[in-house]
Design a protein around this ligand. Structure first.
Ligand code: SF4
Length: 346
């Protein structure tokens, strides 16, 4: 495809979202990336939170963490370029240890992933011996390696239910844990707020979900007042929330699900207005894919980590082979077990 054809394709999707001069410049970058991608036998995976011009020009596959993990597991390309954040690129490496995995921006981290360490998980396991550990995929490889099974926001309740046990350690997202506790009917405790470690044996019999205090710095910002204000102005709006939002915000919304579930919901439900309480770029990408639907914007929250990934950086990743993701063998083998177990659950 020529630069002009790519520009026209991007314009058809994004003329209401991205200024024309920016589209022209980005189409040239995207053209060069696509050329190098072929030359280097690479595949590009693009998370739903990528900025619109990138999202609609270079990825071979787009989706949420789980969808992209599945694509990563099946690729026959030599190089995987992950347009997402570090824990996602690590997951791709865990599933493809023989392949080169590149993350275009070295500092694309995540507040949730940074909220817990492998040593924290080991301490939790000592404190609650024999209790299985369910870990959200938004964690680093060494934390996954200490876990029994991973989950995403879309399959978290199914993963917890699949264990068939009374008590589960569920880390690290406090709000997702609270939302899963509600969905599965389990009681929850946060041992980080219990002062005496000796209390653990008593509370274990009363509480079935043991949480942590991590939060997504994007989704924790949405409030019930935000929802009330929008409903006042647009009484017929359908509001969708991500399960990383607080349980109060989720309860005040009409639908809650992971990014893929939100996209499906918007496509399937006919409503006068929609509001997605999630990361800004995702709202833009869903609006671009559904031009006939009226999307309201309450968007002041762009993930600073996802925002690190640009077309310029992606071009440099392919040009200079950077930044190569490495996971030590011992961690990789153990983390692979919990990730593959999650993928098998679906
Ligand atoms: S949106 Fe939240 S969970 Fe996702 S990468 Fe950013 S900080 Fe992490």
């Amino acid at each position: 495809m020529s630069v002009e054809a790519l520009y026209q394709q991007m314009k058809a999707k994004l003329s209401n979202v991205v200024p024309d001069f920016e589209l022209r410049y980005k189409a040239e970058l995207a053209y060069e990336i696509n050329r190098l991608k072929k030359e280097r036998n690479a595949v590009i995976l693009g998370h739903n939170y990528m900025e619109p011009a990138l999202f609609y020009s270079i990825p071979d596959f787009t989706g949420d963490s789980l969808e992209l993990s599945r694509k990563a597991a099946r690729t026959d390309k030599d190089i995987i370029v992950f347009c997402g954040v570090r824990f996602m690129a690590e997951t791709a490496k865990i599933l493809n240890p023989q392949k080169t995995v590149l993350l275009p921006a070295e500092k694309a981290g995540c507040s949730l992933a940074a909220s817990i360490t492998a040593a924290d998980v080991r301490k939790l396991k000592e404190r609650f011996p024999g209790v299985p550990v369910v870990t959200y995929v938004n964690t680093y490889a060494d934390v996954k390696a200490e876990s029994d099974v991973c989950c995403t926001s879309s399959n978290a309740a199914a993963v917890v239910d699949s264990l068939g046990v009374d008590t589960v350690i569920f880390i690290p997202d406090e709000y997702l844990a609270r939302n899963v506790a509600r969905d599965t009917g389990k009681h929850i405790i946060f041992p980080t707020i219990i002062s005496k470690p000796g209390d653990a044996s008593d509370i274990k019999t009363d509480f079935q979900l043991i949480g942590w205090h991590g939060r997504c710095e994007v989704h924790e910002k949405f409030t019930v007042e935000d929802i009330a204000n929008v409903r006042e102005q647009f009484p017929d709006v359908v509001i969708l929330t991500h399960p990383e939002c607080s349980p109060e915000v989720v309860a005040a919304s009409d639908f809650s699900g992971g990014t893929a579930a939100m996209i499906r919901y918007v496509e399937q439900i006919s409503a006068p207005h929609y509001l997605l309480l999630t990361e800004c770029a995702m709202g833009d990408n869903v609006a671009a894919a559904n031009p006939d639907k009226e999307m309201l914007r309450l968007c002041s929250v762009r993930c600073p980590h996802m925002n690190q990934i640009t077309l310029e950086d992606t071009l440099n990743a392919l040009k200079y082979n950077r930044y190569v993701i490495e996971v030590p063998e011992e961690i990789l083998v153990k983390a692979a077990r919990s990730v593959e177990r999650m993928i098998a659950i679906g």
